[in-house]
Ligand binder design. Sequence first.
Ligand code: TNX
Length: 531
Amino acid sequence: MKKILFLLLAVLAGLPAGAIDQVSYDVVPLPRQVNLTGKAPFVLDTTTVIVVPGGDEQLTYDAFFLSQYVADITPLHPTVSPDKHKKAIRLMLDPKIENKEGYRIDISAKGIVIAGKTSAGVFYGIQTLRKSIPVTKEAQIAFPSAQIEDQPRFAYRGMHLDCSRHFFPADVVKRYIDLLALHNMNTFHWHLTDDQGWRLEIKKYPQLTEKGSVRSETVLGHNSDVMDGRPHGGIYSQEVARDIVRYAAQRHITVIPEIDMPGHMLGVLTAFPELGCTGGPYELWKIWGVSEDVLCLGNEKVYGMMQDILTEVMDIFPSAYIHLGGDEAPTTRWEHCPKCRKLMDEQHLTLHTLQSYFTNRMEKFINSKGRRMIGWDEILEGPVTKDAVVMSWRGAGPGMEAAKRGHDVIMTPNDFAYFDYYQTPNRDAEPLLIGGNVPVEKVYGFDPCAKELSPEARAHVLGVQANLWTEYIPYEKLIQYQVLPRMAALSEVQWMQPEQKNFEAFKQRVGRLARLYDAYRLTYARHLWKQ
Ligand code: TNX
């Protein structure tokens, strides 16, 4: 029926009759305001040009993205031009828009204007527009006349990927970043080091990647006694890492590197056994879990080397935040280590404040370079500076506690946002995973700012992120299966106001989004449509 109406309107507007498809602004995440004016639509066709007045460089990048997005799902491939054009989608900056990432889209028969406070805002307008376009074979596409106004709820909207437990080549990482862009996310948290492999080239210490990046084999299943007998490894050269930073930046995404310390450090210990309390020898872990072998905090060399590593890391990654991990560091080795004991005596530390001593020194170092530290919520267990940003993973509780204490917080609660967990209680129908159960509906229902938080504490919740630990996720199709469509649900948590959210309406919207997943040949979980 709607289609016929548009056809009629198109004919009345003097447009060539012919097959014409139409867009729907029911996209994920749903924009804050969509006002349909009821006037004649804009028709995108072979004569439409994307105009960037004056040819602003960043907006021109954005324009080419839009052109390519259109080409991906329709027979059209609009040209990009700095010059005025009769039939145009115009991209522009508008300083009057308040939110840094906010945008406005004006759609009328004459043309489409996407205006953003910054080019990032324009980019999110482009994402909304691309998601409104149907996957179609028609070369004419009608956009109902409308005004759309939108801005995100949270400034930090992230996804994490563990590239240590399994290594993924740069093109896989880039396609993952494309998924972030599609879901209006702006931060990629890159977990680069762990007990099972050190992945980042460090020029001062080539041994890290020479000795610490290939494990001899990997356990099958949940730490069974069977090994796969195949070496697994891989590294990102600094050149490749910089290329990924650039690739993400073009899509308005910041890459935050994580160098997890002082636990999860067998990558370093394998290459430099003298940095562990027992002196080793160590080897990269072939199994999963929490290793008791961690950095020896009584060894001053550890501090120097970590600083050298962070210096190179900060040179590669311009992000305001650097993630220093800090999770799951058992104290067993420190307890029996003379060097650690000596330091504890000298500095009046206990086994429980020793890690904080280390973390505070590392934090001071990155602060001196103008960066801020993010740490997993374990950093709250000892004395910690106010400036440290807490990533709450053991549920949202530690995050709420930290926000109350005045810390900035990023919520990544395992019970809502661990995408390495199952998505259905029916485990027999799933690949082997770590455990837990986080169906799409659960993700959707997460409220990062629980009612009990005061307005001041709420202001400390920077945003939300989902994590993808890859112990049981060895290849790209499984990455996609684990994150889609849970990422769509997460994007509405990150972007929309809580009162605007509605799971039933989301289900309709994500159905349309799945057509786009199909067009891009993405693998995704279908539980949502099977119930
Ligand atoms: C806990 S979350 C970890 C990871 C594991 C993950 C598995 C966190 C900070 N540490 O090392 O991969 O559980 O879900």
